[in-house]
Design a protein around this ligand. Structure first.
Ligand code: NAP
Ligand code: ZN
Length: 346
């Protein structure tokens, strides 16, 4: 099946309309008619070549929501007409210790990314900036009725990427959590940490988005451009989730952790970050990383969001606005996720 899509032809080149081939629906596959695709900063890192060479042309998009139009003969969990989602991965070996443990994203043979990855049949995957996609049923999530589909799309990456570390490191009542960077991931981090019952602080470059941050569920809001912030908040947090797409001063943020506190990096700048070990030693602190979340955990997150009436704050765009949206994300001018209406992919 040939379908309309938007692709980056080469590193750093503007995206343009194209068509791509989707495979036939195999026995374990689900064919999805895509309705919405979120724009993640990872799409921009990828097509700009920040993370190294890519198999261009690349159709990005790993925050996909749509409706099932066909299922393979062996598929039992989804049927035509179901509202479903696909996130950052579309396959994994299914047999290694990590896959069996529900951590498909850490598959020992390498998870297959939704785009710019080599699938297990050797084909290069192409993502959600397209009208249809065929995905192995195990990697297809159910979107609960209670969530607006357009607001659900960003949950498939921004939602799970913040939910997973918040849960793992115990965000909840009595815990002080800081979210660094109020972009796509950050705004979901604030909503989710608040819904989990934590006391939430936003650490943003400026106070420009303070009103939004408080509305999204933050209890406190500080500007990181103000050096007083780092003195005032020294030793204050149990958990800090860093969503910044650029390098940060790791030592400065570690200094904001209480004894036994953890700084989790989900932001993925290409440059190496350095730290002074005394920032860790001096208060038994940890510095960690986390990548999206497993498939069953992603379903738990979607159900949690439905129960708590959470979705992303989105700005819906047409396909011809993708390049402009990329510029705005790079300028930290996103409130708080651009989502492509894929009906405009003509
Ligand atoms: P985004 O919407 O662009 O948000 C990033 C935010 O970081 C910006 O809104 C801005 O917030 C802050 N920021 C940007 N540049 C900065 C700078 N030079 N110094 C300080 N702060 C800066 O991006 P996103 O889609 O949320 O993604 C964020 C990062 O997470 C990207 O690197 C992405 O690749 C990565 N990511 C990782 C995973 C994972 O599994 N670990 C999953 C998805 C994305 P303020 O304006 O509030 O300061
Ligand atoms: Zn993403």
């Amino acid at each position: 099946m040939r379908v309309n899509a938007y692709a980056a032809p080469a590193a750093g080149q503007p995206l343009a309309p194209t068509t791509i081939q989707r495979r036939d629906v195999g026995p374990n596959d689900v064919l999805i008619e895509i309705q919405y695709a979120g724009i993640c900063h990872s799409d921009i890192h990828t097509v700009n070549g920040d993370w190294g060479p890519q198999p261009f042309p690349v159709v990005p998009g790993h925050e996909i929501v749509g409706v099932v139009t066909e299922v393979g003969s062996e598929v039992t969990g989804h049927q035509a007409g179901d509202r479903v989602g696909v996130g950052c991965m579309v396959n994994s070996c299914g047999a290694c210790a990590n896959c069996r443990n529900g951590d498909e994203q850490y598959c020992l043979k390498g998870m297959v990314g939704t785009y710019a990855s080599e699938d297990r049949d050797g084909a290069t995957t192409q993502g959600g900036y397209s009208t249809h996609v065929v995905v192995d049923a195990h990697f297809v999530l159910s979107i609960p009725d209670g969530i607006d589909p357009v607001a659900a799309a960003p949950l498939l990456c921004a939602g799970i990427t913040t939910y997973s570390p918040l849960r793992r490191w115990g965000a909840g009542p009595g815990k002080k959590v800081a979210i660094v960077g109020l972009g796509g991931l950050g705004h979901m981090g604030v909503k989710l940490a608040h819904a989990l019952g934590a006391e939430v602080t936003v650490l943003s470059q400026s106070l420009k988005k303070q009103e939004d941050g408080l509305r999204l569920g933050a209890d406190h809001y500080y500007a990181t451009s103000d050096t007083d912030t780092f003195e005032q908040l020294a030793g204050a947090f149990d958990l800090i989730v860093n969503t910044v797409s650029a390098p940060i001063d790791v030592d400065a943020y570690l200094g904001l952790l209480a004894v036994d506190g953890t700084l989790v990096n989900v932001g993925a700048p290409p440059e190496p970050l350095s730290l002074n070990v005394f920032s860790l030693i001096s208060a038994r602190r940890s510095y960690a990383g986390s990548m999206i979340g497993g498939i069953s955990e992603t379903q738990v997150m979607l159900d949690f969001c439905a129960e708590h009436h959470l979705g992303a704050d989105v700005e819906v765009i047409s396909a011809d606005q993708i390049n402009e949206a990329y510029e705005r994300v790079l300028a930290s001018d996103v409130r708080y996720r651009f989502v492509i209406d894929t009906a405009t992919l003509v």
